[in-house]
Design a protein around this ligand. Structure first.
Ligand code: DLL
Length: 429
């Protein structure tokens, strides 16, 4: 049941002792990097975990400013790999790993995969991007450590993925949620019943972008599998930061490796368990590039109470979105995931959607493009019109503004190779 029982079920007292020792060690290390040296990080006295609040926060912009090597605290001889964000919108953020860092990361991913039931006799199809993106290689190393037959297929080429799933008797896949929906669409369009086609398929690891509980349920029901939520970010290695156990009630964040804070994004003051705020993480066990109090921009809360699975590590509530993904329309704050949760519950609606924001006159205007369910037979304009009106009504009840809804043919909204592009903001004001 546990890959590493000693650490997964560590008593909270022991955990805190370990965290303090690792935090002190992290600060000593970080002080060797040009970036943290300039911040005087070595001058802070940390006698207790609560002293962490005195330390300065680190932002994505700091990582960019320190590009390329400003955050590395070891000699480059010790560094064996880097991963990086795509950098399409400016300077990329780069994270460096020593040999030990790769080993620690692998161990954490293995812990996650074992926790959800993956074993050495599984056949694992990794449909997530390899290369600079952390999703592919991160899970790949974990699956190999478990001894799974690991297929590094990467994203795209959907028909080939489905062929692999059938011919190699794949049992577990790793997939981005929007791509899982695309797989389902493709199977529908081919008239294939996944439960018959893939009798060995039992579970999927889904993460890398926000998705609703309703989407999880849809994927589970369609394929007849269990879906486990996986949360991570490249600054903290990538996948393997927080992951669901079989209780499927929040993701355990591995506190022996990450110190977790939830803060109010405006005041930066801590918020109590159960209350939503921005996740701030400190690496506790990283050699080449420790990061202190990193503002993830991800909005979540700590689930109060303990988990029946026996693991002591805190659980994060499903991420509702990033504070920078939040759309503000006519003064109302809206997350794409709210739109998704509404759409997915409406019969006749397909599996892909996109939100387009425009300026009309002096006002914000939202257009929601909604693909129709490929299995729906609607010949009459009236039936489509009443579906459209129903979507408008239900969205308005949830997001408090009235969007324009544009129904479109299944497959007409482009499917990204990586994370889905949910919002296109063409506003000029
Ligand atoms: O997406 C790492 C990853 C790969 C995680 C594969 C899980 C699976 P980045 O590209 O740096 O790294 O993007 C990190 O993606 O800050 C969140 O905003 C979002 N994100 C990641 N996982 C989830 C999730 C990888 N399960 C950013 N739910 C994070 C919601 C997620 N958002």
């Amino acid at each position: 049941m546990y890959w590493d029982k000693t650490n997964e079920c560590i008593s909270y007292d022991h955990l805190q002792g370990l965290q303090l020792q690792r935090l002190q060690d992290t600060l000593r290390r970080a002080a060797q990097s040009p970036f943290y040296k300039a911040r005087g990080i070595g001058d802070y006295a940390i006698d207790d975990l609560s002293d962490i609040k005195k330390l300065p926060l680190t932002t994505k912009q700091d990582l960019r400013d320190a590009y390329p090597y400003g955050m590395v605290c070891t000699s480059l001889d010790e560094v064996i790999r880097l991963h990086s964000s795509s950098g399409t919108t400016g300077i990329p953020t780069v994270v460096y790993h020593s040999k030990k860092d790769i080993d620690t990361w692998t161990e954490l991913v293995t812990r996650c995969m074992y926790m959800m039931g993956v074993r050495k006799n599984d056949v694992f199809l990794n449909m997530i991007g390899y290369g600079l993106f952390t999703g592919g290689l991160g899970l790949h190393y974990g699956a190999e450590r478990l001894g799974c037959l690991t297929i590094p297929s990467g994203p795209g080429n959907t028909k080939r993925q489905l062929k692999f799933m059938k011919e190699f008797d794949v049992t577990v896949i790793h997939v981005i949620p929007s791509y899982a929906m695309h797989l389902a669409d493709t199977l529908d369009s081919m008239g294939i019943d996944p439960k018959k086609e893939f009798p060995h398929f039992k579970s999927a690891i889904m993460g890398a972008e926000p998705y609703s509980e309703e989407t999880r349920k849809k994927v589970e029901d369609f394929f007849g599998i269990d879906v486990f939520n996986s949360y991570g970010l490249s600054e903290m290695n990538g996948p393997g930061v927080a992951f669901e156990c079989p209780e499927k009630n929040g993701t355990h964040i591995w506190e022996d490796n990450y110190y977790v804070e939830i803060v109010n994004p405006d005041t930066l003051e801590p918020v109590p368990d159960g209350e939503q705020g921005e996740l701030v993480i400190t690496t506790l066990n990283r050699e080449a590039m420790p990061i202190i109090r990193y503002r993830t921009k991800d909005l979540t809360s700590i689930l109060p109470g303990t988990c029946p699975c026996g693991r002591t590590h805190k659980r994060l509530q499903r991420i509702t979105g990033r504070s920078d993904d939040m759309m503000i329309l006519k003064g109302v704050n809206i997350f794409p995931i709210q739109v998704e949760a509404v759409l997915i519950g409406i019969p006749g609606v397909g599996r892909n959607y996109q939100i387009i924001l425009e300026t009309k006159g002096h006002n914000d205007h939202m257009i929601v493009k909604v693909e129709l369910d490929p299995n729906m037979f609607v010949d009459e304009y009236k039936a489509l019109e009443s579906l459209r009106q129903k979507i408008v009504r239900e969205l308005r009840d949830e997001i408090l503004i009235t969007p324009e809804v544009d129904l479109c043919e299944p497959g007409s909204i482009p499917v990204a190779q990586g994370k889905a592009v949910r919002v296109i903001d063409n506003r000029t004001l």
